[in-house]
Write a protein that binds this ligand. Structure first.
Ligand SMILES: [Fe+2]
Length: 235
């Protein structure tokens, strides 16, 4: 299974605070049956430039490398990119895709999205070599008009949901229905640490786990993800 949304890289954001914690999170992912982990630290254009973010990410990766547990999931470098006005035409944004793929994890604002924002997202998705994946869609679902989801999906936007959406009995039914309806393409733990936001795949019931495996094990065709694998088993 693949964890598509994590904050495991040390010292990058409000996620892991040390290499020791990062290593513990990766061990936990492995024990919970996760074989591929996408590392998605926050990128906010208001606080950081893309070159500086990539430089910090490389440093965090280099710090983590000697501390990777012997049994470690395969790791991809990526980012959780905060939406900003004009992102559809922003320069350099391709560099924030999940390594070896066209996938760009986009976090939208927690408000009712305007038509202009939706068009900006579609413009971004229409650029060559960029496939937008909206992060933790369950968080902002209730704020959007009903037609927003079919509109975005119909225009090729992919969706990521958090594991907690499937683990919580209040939302589990809806989550499972969305997976079988092809409305969720990726799952992520959105883990931040080893305390209150730890990897939480172990919270899934057997039925939800089976659904999660169906959803997360298969990347959509054309995203080319296997080319960018970092095979940590051989390092
Ligand atoms: Fe996140």
């Amino acid at each position: 299974m693949t964890d598509f949304h994590t904050h495991i890289l040390p010292g990058m954001d409000d996620g892991s605070g040390s290499v020791g914690e990062s290593a513990a999170m990766l061990r936990e992912e492995m024990e919970q049956g996760i074989r591929n982990v996408v590392l998605t630290p926050h990128f906010h254009a208001r606080d950081d430039s893309i070159p500086s973010f990539l430089c910090r990410r490389r440093q965090a990766w280099n710090q983590l490398l000697p501390h990777l547990p012997p049994q470690c999931p395969n790791l991809f470098l990526g980012a959780e990119v905060g939406y900003f006005e004009g992102i559809g035409a922003a320069e350099g944004i391709r560099q924030l895709r999940v390594e070896g793929s066209s996938l760009l994890l986009l976090e939208m604002p927690f408000c009712r999205w305007t038509e202009r924002m939706a068009e900006d997202v579609l413009k971004l998705n229409g650029r060559e070599g960029i496939q937008v994946v909206l992060a933790h869609i369950e968080r902002y679902a209730s704020m959007q008009p009903k037609q927003m989801w079919p509109y975005l999906r119909g225009n090729g936007i992919l969706m990521q949901a958090d594991v907690s959406f499937l683990a919580d009995w209040r939302s589990q039914h809806r989550g499972l229905r969305m997976i079988s309806g092809g409305e969720i393409h990726f799952l992520g733990s959105d883990c931040h640490n080893m305390t209150n936001r730890r990897p939480n795949w172990d919270r899934l019931s057997p039925g939800a786990k089976a659904a999660a495996a169906r959803c997360a094990a298969h990347f959509p065709p054309g995203t080319g993800i296997p080319a960018g694998w970092i095979d940590t088993d051989i390092q």
